[in-house]
Design a protein around this ligand. Structure first.
Ligand SMILES: [Fe+2]
Length: 342
């Protein structure tokens, strides 16, 4: 899921028609109204990250605030390749507001030739694509061998519309045109201070102020002319920055968050009375790694693709993710780009 140069592979790059969505469908959805909303993309089966998110929600409520609406915008399954682990993720996520990611699509309704359904761009190396296909194949075997009920995933929505006060948010997994689209990846963004024709069409047709996504595993937020923004939370189930083990979620609310120790608002944007924030949360990584290592030992596809990221974080820095000023500091962006290429 980390875009780096490499040759074309076939399976997980396939983009099937079953994944197609439309921005204008977001305008027709019944809005989920809330005082506080969390957008939680890419939990990847991480129970310890889910503990941290639920503890934050409980803390907000205990402090006298409204109960947050938890929106899981896809890929809440991934590393949870044991029957008990998979069932617990499903049980704890489905009581909230989930929508489909490519992982849930391929579990509930496998698309011919889709592999993991990631729809990787050509820049992702073939061995990365193959390992993701192998992870998905193992999850599909698990579901089959243990008769796990994935029929409950099939009717989940493909998109969500969330409204917090006057702020309208279109929640997708990939981009408004495709569950596994890469159109809300950092590399697809126009220069700070400008708005691409594609983004303008998406905002107009979806009739939203903010688009919230994940899928690409690289978090950032960028503001655009006309008081619009994209918030991609990266991963709620893995570290997001070099040397920083915290997960990231997007929080939308009138009130500032009541944060536990070690948490932080990485960057935020005010839309009148509503603030959209990228929140970094600490979580119990050591307990997760013991669980991960039992299911994905050294040499397994998940260990090869993700263990180093879970230990050290990806090659990404906060300065590159924070693109909310009218014109970002080009020196910082150049430095960030150089670090990302390492
Ligand atoms: Fe995804």
């Amino acid at each position: 899921m980390n875009p780096v140069p490499g040759p074309l592979a076939l399976r997980a790059r396939s983009c099937t028609t079953g994944y197609r969505t439309r921005a204008r469908d977001l305008a027709r959805l019944e809005p989920q109204r809330a005082e506080v909303a969390y957008i939680i993309g890419g939990l990847y089966g991480n129970l310890e990250a889910l503990d941290a998110i639920e503890e934050l929600a409980a803390r907000e409520t205990a402090a006298g605030g409204p109960a947050p609406l938890l929106c899981f915008n896809g890929d809440f399954h991934w590393f949870d390749a044991s029957p008990e682990w998979f069932a617990e993720i499903q049980r704890r996520v489905l009581v909230h507001r989930p929508c489909l990611g490519n992982v849930e699509m391929e579990l509930a309704d496998p698309q011919p030739g889709a592999g993991c359904g990631c729809n990787y761009p050509r820049s992702v190396p073939e061995d990365t694509v193959s390992r993701s296909d192998a992870i998905m194949a193992r999850l599909q075997r698990l579901v089959h061998d243990h008769s796990l009920d994935v029929s409950v995933l099939r009717p989940l929505p493909r998109q969500l519309r969330v409204e917090v006060g006057p702020l309208r948010v279109g929640v997708v997994h990939g981009d408004p045109d495709n569950i596994a689209g890469w159109g809300l990846e950092l590399a697809a963004m126009p220069p700070p201070g400008s708005l691409s024709a594609t983004l303008e069409t998406w905002f107009d047709e979806a009739d939203v102020d903010v688009l919230a996504s994940s899928h690409t595993c690289r978090c950032f937020a960028q503001a655009f002319p006309g008081s619009r923004a994209v918030f991609n939370n990266g991963a709620a189930g893995m570290p997001n920055f070099t040397g920083d083990h915290r997960i990231v979620i997007t929080r939308i609310a009138r009130r500032p968050p009541t944060l536990p120790a070690g948490s932080e608002v990485l960057y935020a944007r005010d839309f009148g009375s509503i603030t959209v924030s990228a929140l970094a949360l600490p979580w119990d990584r050591e307990t997760f790694l013991r669980r991960f290592d039992r299911v994905w030992p050294a040499g397994s596809p998940a260990a090869q693709s993700y263990r180093q990221r879970i230990r050290r974080g990806p090659p990404h820095i906060r300065e590159e993710a924070k693109r909310l000023a009218p014109s970002a500091d080009q020196r910082i962006l150049a430095k960030a780009a150089a670090i990302s290429r390492r």
